[in-house]
Design a protein around this ligand. Structure first.
Ligand SMILES: *Cc1c(COP(=O)(O)O)cnc(C)c1O
Length: 387
C-alpha cells in the first residue's frame, strides 16, 4: 500500500488513468485480474505464500484499489470497506468506551444517526455544534479528553464549508484526532491529510467510483498506529472488507475520476450560476459560487474543483419542491451522488424525520451529461411545479 516512487512526479490524473501504470506480472495485462478466492493455500513450508490467508483479511484486487486511493490521498495507509457506513462505523467502534467526540449537528444523516445512537447508549459522549462554526467547535473541546473531531466538508445537504487546517489545529491543540468526510470533493483535488486531517474518510460509492454500481468506503490515514490497527481488526472481524469484484469496478471507475470531477465542476458551476436568477429558485447553495460564504476556503482546499454537488431552495411550498423532483425527465429522482448520471432528490423525504433539513431543499448531483440538457430539464420541472 505504499506509494510507487516511479510515479511520484507524474500528475494524479495520469496516475489515475493508468491505475498507477498497472501491468499484471505474469501476463502483461494492463487491466488487473479479479481475485475471487476466499482462501489461500499455504506453501510447502506451511507458511502463507504472500500475505494472504483468507479474504476477510484482504485480497490482491482490493489492495490495488487501496494503493491507488493511498496514492491520490498522500496517505501512509488506506483501507477499503464494503460501504462508507461500514468504514465510518469502524472508526466509531475503534474509540474506547465513553470517548468524547465533537461533531456538527448537520451532516450526512447515516453518520449523524450513529453518533446519536452511541451517545444515547453511553458508549460515546458526543457534543454537536452548528456545522462550520469553528468557535463553537473550539468551545466544546475538552483538552486531554476529546478523542475525535468529525468534520464533513462541504457538508450535506447545504454544502457548508469547514476550513480543515483550522479544524485540525483545534483538534490537535486538545490532543484529539481529526477525521474528515470530503465525499463531495474527492482527492486528488481535495486531499484532507495535506491540510492536517489524521484520517480521511470517503464514501467511495460516490465520486471515487462514479458509476453508481458499487458501495464502498475508504479510510486513509496520515499515520498508522494503535487506532489504525484496531480499525483493521474491526474490518477483519466484522467481515466488512470491500469485495474484490467491487474493488475491481472501483479501480475501473477511478481511471476516469479526474476527467469526471473536472466536467462535473464545470457543469455544476454553470448550472448554479443560471439557477441564481431563476424565478422559481429562492436560494442556490454551491461553494463554487463567488457569493458562497465558504468559497475562498473551498477553492484553496480543493484546488478550485468544487465538485458537482449543489442544492437549491425552491419558492413555494414543500410540495412544490417535491413536484420539481417528480417532473424532471433527465435527472433521476434518486438518492446518492457523484455518478456520471445526474440525480435530484427532495432531501427531507429521503433523510426522514429528526434531521435539520429545509423542507424546500432539493439536492442535485450533477453528472457528465450536457449541462445545457440538464438546465433545460430543470427549468421545465421548476416551471411546471410552480403552476
Ligand atoms: C453516501 C455518504 C456516506 C455513506 O456512505 P455509503 O457508501 O452510502 O455507506 C457518508 N458520507 C457522505 C457525505 C455520503 O455522501
Amino acid at each position: 500500500m505504499t506509494q510507487d516512487r516511479r510515479n511520484a512526479p507524474l500528475s494524479p490524473a495520469t496516475r489515475l488513468a493508468q491505475a498507477l501504470h498497472h501491468i499484471e506480472e505474469q501476463t502483461g495485462a494492463v487491466t488487473p485480474a479479479i481475485q475471487l478466492s476466499a482462501t489461500y493455500a499455504r506453501g510447502a513450508d506451511y507458511a502463507p505464500r504472500q500475505s494472504y490467508i483468507y479474504r476477510r483479511d484482504g485480497n490482491e484486487t482490493t489492495e490495488l484499489a487501496e494503493t491507488i486511493i493511498n496514492d491520490i490521498e498522500g496517505a501512509a495507509s488506506t483501507m477499503l470497506f464494503a460501504s462508507g457506513m461500514s468504514a465510518a462505523n469502524a472508526v466509531l467502534e475503534a474509540l474506547p468506551m465513553g470517548a468524547h467526540v465533537v461533531a456538527p449537528g448537520v451532516m450526512y444523516h447515516g453518520v449523524l444517526h450513529q453518533l446519536r445512537k452511541h451517545h444515547a447508549s453511553g458508549r460515546l459522549t458526543v457534543d454537536f455544534h452548528p456545522v462550520g462554526d469553528l468557535d463553537a467547535m473550539r468551545s466544546l473541546m475538552r483538552p486531554g479528553v476529546t478523542a475525535l473531531v468529525w468534520v464533513e466538508t462541504p457538508s450535506n445537504p447545504d454544502w457548508t464549508v469547514t476550513d480543515i487546517a483550522a479544524a485540525a489545529e483545534i483538534a490537535h491543540a486538545a490532543g484529539a484526532k481529526l477525521i474528515t468526510d470530503c465525499t463531495a470533493t474527492p482527492p486528488p483535488y481535495c486531499r484532507a491529510l495535506d491540510h492536517g486531517a489524521d484520517i480521511s474518510f470517503h464514501s467511495a460509492t460516490k465520486y471515487l467510483n462514479g458509476h453508481s454500481d458499487v458501495t464502498a468506503g475508504s479510510l486513509a490515514t496520515r499515520e498508522a498506529g494503535e487506532m489504525w490497527d484496531e480499525i483493521a481488526s474491526i474490518r477483519t472481524l466484522h467481515g466488512t472488507v470491500l469485495h474484490s469484484f467491487d474493488a475491481w469496478l472501483l479501480i475501473r471507475g477511478m481511471r476516469t475520476l479526474a476527467l469526471r470531477v473536472e466536467r462535473q465542476t464545470t457543469s455544476a458551476s454553470r448550472i448554479a450560476q443560471q439557477l441564481l436568477s431563476h424565478p422559481q429558485v429562492e436560494k442556490v447553495l454551491y461553494p463554487g459560487l463567488a457569493e458562497h460564504p465558504g468559497h475562498d476556503i473551498a477553492r484553496r482546499q480543493c484546488e478550485g474543483f468544487f465538485g458537482g454537488m449543489l442544492s437549491i431552495i425552491t419558492k413555494g411550498t414543500e410540495q412544490t419542491a417535491i413536484d420539481t423532483a417528480r417532473h424532471c425527465r433527465l435527472f433521476y429522482p434518486a438518492t446518492s451522488l457523484g455518478g456520471v448520471e445526474s440525480l435530484i432528490e427532495h432531501r427531507k423525504t429521503v433523510s426522514g424525520p429528526g434531521f435539520d433539513v429545509h423542507p424546500n431543499l432539493l439536492r442535485l448531483s450533477i453528472g457528465i451529461e450536457s449541462p445545457m440538457d440538464l438546465m433545460v430539464d430543470l427549468d421545465a420541472a421548476l416551471m411546471r411545479a410552480a403552476q
